[in-house]
Design a protein around this ligand. Structure first.
Ligand code: TYC
Length: 115
């Protein structure tokens, strides 16, 4: 993919309008943001249906996707609910923890910087 984002200097010290002198271009700020995984941890007490509900309503998964992720966490101990920018990841992890606490489930959710 290309962009117009490479800073450079016009040849011969002549700018686009033909004026002479030192001409520097500034890099346009278009760096991609760091991404963060939202991880859910297994426990022995949170009902499977509750985890599926969380995945459907907070992570916008359909029932099949939600069930697959829940079973992965149940069997492996940890799984990825989604990958987001930092603020979105923090917000979603907080929503999971709030819902779990309000329903008295020990479900744990954390975020981790993506590689
Ligand atoms: N292990 C739980 C049970 O057997 C289900 C569960 C799945 C809990 C995923 C947490 O993140 C979790 N009821």
């Amino acid at each position: 993919m290309s962009n117009n984002n490479t800073p450079g200097q016009n040849g011969g010290g002549r700018d686009d309008d033909g004026n002479t002198g030192v001409v520097l271009k500034t890099r346009v700020k278009t760096k991609k943001p760091s991404m963060y995984k939202v991880l859910m941890l297994n426990d022995d007490y949170t009902p499977m249906e509750f985890v599926v509900h969380i995945l459907e309503h907070i992570f916008n998964k359909n029932q099949d996707e939600a069930t697959t992720i829940m079973l992965h966490v149940h069997q492996k101990g940890v799984g990825v609910c989604g990958v987001f920018t930092y603020e979105v990841a923090e917000t979603k992890a907080g929503q999971v923890m709030d819902l779990a606490r309000h329903n008295q489930h020990p479900l744990q959710c954390t975020i981790e910087k993506d590689a």
